[in-house]
Design a protein around this ligand. Structure first.
Ligand SMILES: [Zn+2]
Length: 181
């Protein structure tokens, strides 16, 4: 929600401060690789960014942070390729579960879950699907999407290369791009 005094023009009078060096920064729009999520493949598309021309630091402005986190979770359980370790960790944290608790739901050992999350062991196809199903059932706000997502499970192709996930942080839409790595 905007909260701008009526007697002030919308643009031009707001000073943005760089969170890194404390100098004046400017607001712009652009794509932002959202590493703060703990994931390497999340791009916030056309996001508002506070950019510092002095030190190069960029900070995204996320008015709907909770909704963005939910959209990322939804995009991960819906993704057309296998889950990687960082994605499993993100989903566990989205559930607010410890490794112990989540491993219990999955009927696996905490150390196995840890190896999945650290990409030291590949998660099997069945466990991948079970993780998605649990997150859809228990993850905040995801249950209404469960039927649609589960009906796509047969299309998941574990042999497919990793994908970039592009998130629109305002409209909360997402799409996938094959990663060119
Ligand atoms: Zn700076």
């Amino acid at each position: 929600m905007r909260n701008i005094p009526l007697n002030q023009p919308e643009r031009g009078h707001v000073t943005h401060i760089c969170s890194n060096c404390g100098r004046t920064a400017r607001k712009m729009r652009g794509n932002y690789l959202f590493r703060e999520s703990g994931l390497k493949n999340i791009v916030l598309v056309n996001a508002e960014i506070i950019k510092c021309d002095k030190c190069g630091n960029e900070d995204p402005v996320l008015a709907k942070m909770d909704d963005v986190m939910k959209t990322i979770a939804l995009a991960l359980v819906n993704k057309p390729s296998a889950l990687c370790g960082e994605e499993i960790r993100y989903l566990r944290k989205y559930l607010g579960m410890s490794g112990d608790t989540f491993a219990g739901y999955l009927h696996t050992d905490k150390s196995v879950l840890s190896r999945w999350e650290n990409n030291r062991e590949l998660v099997g196809s069945k466990s991948d699907l079970l993780i998605r199903a649990i997150v859809l059932s228990l993850g905040r706000g995801l249950l209404p999407e469960a039927e649609h997502v589960v009906r796509q499970f047969s299309k998941i192709d574990e042999s497919q290369k990793s994908v970039m996930v592009e998130i629109d942080p305002e409209n909360l839409e997402f799409e996938y791009e094959l990663a060119n790595v």
